[in-house]
Design a protein around this ligand. Structure first.
Ligand code: AMP
Ligand code: ZN
Length: 493
């Protein structure tokens, strides 16, 4: 709690377009909701960037002493192929194409997502609710909105009435859309759609006989609209008004705009005090996206198995690469940029090692508290990780000068700097030394060698199930085996 009082965070609120002083509703508690993945496919690096950005927010707030309840959902129903409430459910489609149960698709990609998050050292959220686990809450919320006269039923589907809502509240504030212009510009729907107005959106959709993911409701069998799950789950776990809502920039409209409308309609209150939007990761200058196929997968980067890459990069290096850009800037990924990031990352890790080996002096030649304060100042300024990293590099430069005898620190200052820098690098930025073998190289080597020997024996016995399983499991934890005529070697990827 002491630290919370020392630091003032200025946070860019996408709703007002301004940096504002962060003041939680009930300090030291903070409620934060971030839209999670739709689990019908492997997460790509773009998705990972957004979750890494909010992981730093979560870590930093906790580091300052806030008690954060971080809710990040799993979208396992209701997200249709097209944002205009048309098309097939993404998960149901995948299930149909692969002849799986929808829940098999959900399970497979949820597990995959968790594995990738763990490799990136992204902390699990406090609560990870699923849309299918909250159908009851979603139906209740729809009833409330209907009771307020802000939704209507057509043939077993329920739509939010944006025009009616606008008679009472503003709509389009977050995304900065001028809704009158949008309305004037859109053709009347004239029977082509059930919606009264093209801006209306589905709260509940009637399930056609072919739709496999369906639930009972007061309006017949159907499924919830995508925007509704986040409103129902954020309300349930964080209350009608909570502190921070985050997600990628692409979710501002319509998803977040609709979330605001649903919650305001149901509770007569704007739900979120600070909206935060993370910018996009691009590849060849274009947004990384599942639907266009312009993607790089985390596994491809960790193994280097993509023609775009000259070699593998470890999760910590990729995380560092991402944190070298501010979360509100776009970031283009390239092999050269990753290689440069790798050098920078090693420099930081070397600084940590060096700090624990330096000899103290009688006097300090610089102010360690000021150096550390500069890193905090950067993080307090809308979580500015690139500036924080630049300040850490400045510390790294000074530490190298101490080694060369050109700067000096007392034992006490050295201890302070070492503690502060390792907390900032490891706990707040969430970077971890990817060379697990560094501390105990001999033991690590010996253990891997035992596994290699067991695998080679299995191969000699033609027990390929076992030998392949050892190879694949090692790869899963980032250790790649290479066979050559001289024997088997390994690399940590
Ligand atoms: P989805 O699984 O498509 O619902 O996306 C999960 C999260 O990843 C959302 O917050 C998106 O805004 C975010 N996202 C999608 N594409 C990118 C990208 N290229 N860069 C950064 N974040 C992204
Ligand atoms: Zn959402």
């Amino acid at each position: 709690m002491k630290q919370v009082q020392q630091h003032t965070i200025m946070l860019f609120n996408s709703l007002t377009g301004k940096k504002e002083r962060f003041e939680p509703l009930n300090p030291p508690f903070v409620g934060m909701y971030v839209c999670g993945p739709t689990v019908y496919n492997d997460v790509h690096l773009g998705n990972c960037r957004t979750f890494i950005s909010f992981d730093v927010v979560f870590r930093y707030l906790q580091h300052l002493g806030y008690k954060v309840r971080y809710v990040r959902n799993i979208t396992d129903a209701g997200h249709l192929e097209n944002d205009a409430d048309e098309g097939e459910d993404k998960i149901a489609k995948k299930a149909r194409l692969e002849q799986l149960e929808p829940m098999e698709v959900v399970q497979r990609y949820t597990v995959g997502f968790h594995r990738i998050m763990e490799r990136f050292n992204v902390l699990p959220p406090s609560i990870e609710p699923t849309a299918t686990g909250h159908i009851v809450e979603q139906i209740q919320m729809i009833k409330k909105i209907i009771d307020k006269g802000l939704a209507y039923e057509v043939n077993g589907s329920i739509y939010f009435d944006v025009r009616k809502y606008m008679e009472r509240e503003s709509y389009g504030e977050l995304s900065g859309r001028n809704v009158d212009e949008l309305l004037a510009g859109t053709r009347e729907l004239e029977g082509q759609s059930e919606k009264r107005n093209s801006l209306d959106f589905a709260l509940w959709k009637k399930a056609l006989p072919t739709h496999i993911m369906r639930w009972e409701s007061p309006w017949g069998e159907g499924f919830p609209g995508w925007h509704l799950e986040c409103s129902a789950m954020s309300t349930k776990y964080l209350g009608e008004v909570f502190d921070i809502h985050g997600g990628g920039m692409d979710l501002k409209f319509p998803h977040h705009e609709c979330e605001i409308a649903q919650c305001t309609a149901a509770h007569n209150k704007k739900p979120v005090r600070y909206w935060m939007h993370a910018n996009m990761l691009t590849l060849n200058g274009k947004r990384m996206s599942k639907s266009t196929g312009n993607t790089l997968l985390p596994q491809e980067i960790f193994s280097g198995q993509n023609p775009f890459l000259s070699k593998p990069y470890s999760p910590a290096v990729v995380r560092f690469f991402m944190l070298q850009a501010h979360y509100r800037s776009t970031l283009d990924i390239s092999d050269e940029a990753l290689a440069a990031a790798e050098k920078g990352f090693r420099r930081l890790m070397d600084t940590l090692t060096l700090l624990s080996d330096l000899r103290p002096s009688e006097k300090s030649s610089f102010d360690v508290r000021l150096s550390v304060q500069k890193v905090y100042n950067a993080l307090n300024d809308d979580f500015n990780t690139p500036v924080a990293i630049a300040e850490l590099f400045e510390i790294s430069r000074l530490v190298n000068l101490i080694k060369m005898g050109q700067e000096s620190l007392t034992a006490q200052d050295l201890q302070f700097l070492s503690d502060a820098v390792s907390k900032l690098i490891l706990d707040v930025l969430g970077l971890e030394n990817d060379q697990a073998s560094v501390n105990e190289p001999n033991k690590f080597d010996a253990v891997i060698q035992i596994l290699i020997d067991i695998r080679n024996k299995a191969r000699a016995d033609r027990n390929f199930t076992l030998s392949d399983s050892i190879r694949d499991q090692l790869l899963n934890v980032g250790i790649q085996l290479k066979d050559s005529k001289d024997g088997t070697t390994y690399t940590v990827i």
